[in-house]
Unconditional design. Structure first.
Length: 472
């Protein structure tokens, strides 16, 4: 909630807890199909056949109806081929896309934020049909075996396909997904001994990878350009054992005076699993000057920066230069409410991708059975303090002591929640801001310096070991 006198509007938090028509039914159909993949579709049992039929029924009123019904019937008989698996993946993706759209509509109603859908120019590249077919064949074999039927021999079949795809820029996107998916499966082999199966996640990865093998699906549309001022709001850090990503959320003010819009800029790097927490900044920092601007609380002036139709800046340091001071909380209070959001591309519409920048203040903080809540205008908003990364000074304790918050509105497990990116707290009767990305460009903070030193030592040791191996 932002007081209108400060340039903002009131977020209608009550809408975030109201039920969304048809949501539960769509998710139930997806869950039933996902459970069918657990046991595999080589010889489906009656419960699996029911899950397949439920997926087809859920898209009966869409252009996918006939293909989904045919695919479900053949899969239930254990006779599904690649075309049928593609149809099932498309039906599942369409259902989750409808869930995404319904939730985003609710977010727009709650925030009062306008949203536009831009049409991207057609892509210029074409991908290899042979390699895509090879990837599709492997994914079909995985679906027949199911998560409980995977073994190292089956999973290793992806390696040759990935190796052939990676050198081709047009195939790098599906190749990276296949590589990561296969690595997760390999780490869980044999599937028959798994105590817990990540049912939704693996079904997401399988269906996404299957659709990316279709002609044109993995091709990147020609981006537009952005010239104007970039006002950072905060940084969301995604960390994996072997990779890390920093995603900067910001308000972009075009130089031509058109309406400001919400944008994102991300940088990703591979990393050793010994580099964690604040140490990841050492790996990310050299690839994006924007991280220094976030850390220093300044804007950046962009000139011809490539930008996708979905609002993702394809960062190029040559097209950006430091601007003047830009306090994130001033941006949130003044510019965020008026910024236009951009709709996601149809293949990317999934509830897990919802991450809408919001600003809340004037709330009270309370805990309900250990769950942190912001009481906003008489309505509780769940706070996902567990998503606060270890790569900065922002802590759950700082969130509990806050009076204002810049965060990302997300949806998970049936509820909306706010992931804090930065908060304002009162220290010795003075307002102090604590940013999760405060160490992005470097830090003098003792905890941050210790983490950076540990990361430096780890990287040095790994480089020495790699050097010795290469010399042998």
């Amino acid at each position: 909630m932002v007081p209108a006198g400060q340039g903002g509007g009131v977020m209608r938090t009550a809408l975030l807890t109201d039920p969304v028509d048809g949501l539960d039914e769509a998710l139930a159909a997806v869950d039933a199909f996902d459970r069918a993949l657990v046991g595999g579709l080589h010889r489906p049992q009656p419960a699996q056949a029911a899950g397949l039929a439920g997926l087809a029924d859920a898209v009966a009123g869409t252009p996918l109806a006939s293909r989904a019904a045919e695919a479900a019937g053949k899969a239930a008989a254990g006779a599904a081929g690649e075309d049928q698996f593609v149809a099932l993946a498309a039906a599942r993706t369409a259902l989750l896309g409808s869930v995404h759209d319904a939730l985003v509509t609710r977010v727009d109603e709650a925030t009062g934020r306008p949203r536009i859908e831009e049409t991207a120019p057609p892509p210029a590249q074409r991908q290899s049909a042979n390699l895509s077919a090879a990837a599709r064949s492997w994914l079909s074999d995985v679906a027949r075996a199911g998560w409980q039927g995977i073994d190292h021999e089956l999973v290793s079949g992806a390696a040759q396909v990935v190796s052939a795809m990676l050198p081709d820029p047009a195939l790098r996107r599906p190749a990276t997904l296949l590589d990561g998916f296969a690595a997760e499966l390999a780490a869980s082999c044999p599937g028959a001994t798994l105590e817990r199966v990540p049912v939704r996640r693996w079904a997401d990865l399988w269906s996404r990878a299957m659709l990316l093998t279709l002609p044109g699906a993995a091709e990147v549309a020609t981006p537009g350009t952005a010239t104007g001022r970039l006002l950072p709001l905060g940084v969301d850090v995604h960390e994996h054992a072997t990779a890390a990503q920093a995603q900067v959320h910001a308000v972009f003010e075009p130089a031509d005076g058109t309406a400001p819009r919400l944008v994102r800029a991300a940088v990703s790097v591979p990393k050793p699993d010994t580099v964690v927490g604040a140490g990841v900044w050492q790996l990310l920092r050299p690839h994006m000057t924007l991280l220094a601007a976030v850390s220093e609380g300044s804007s950046m002036d962009l000139s011809g920066m490539p930008i996708t139709a979905e609002g993702d800046l394809i960062w190029d340091d040559e097209r950006a230069r430091p601007g003047g001071p830009a306090d994130a909380f001033a941006t949130a209070r003044v510019a965020l409410a008026a910024a236009t959001a951009t709709a996601a591309a149809p293949p990317d519409r999934h509830p897990a991708r919802i991450a809408e920048p919001v600003f809340l203040e004037g709330y009270t903080v309370r805990k309900d059975d250990g769950v942190l809540l912001f009481e906003v205008a008489g309505h509780p908003v769940l706070v996902d303090a567990c998503r606060v990364p270890a790569a900065g000074p922002l802590t759950p304790e700082a969130v509990e002591a806050s009076g204002a918050c810049i965060g990302l509105l997300r949806w998970d497990a049936g509820v909306f929640s706010v992931q804090p990116l930065a908060v304002e707290t009162t220290v010795r009767k003075r307002t102090a801001a604590v940013h999760g990305g405060a160490w992005a460009g470097g830090t003098t903070d003792k905890a941050g310096l210790r983490a950076e030193k540990a990361a430096t030592d780890a990287v040095k040791v790994l480089r020495e070991r790699a050097g010795r191996l290469l010399r042998k």
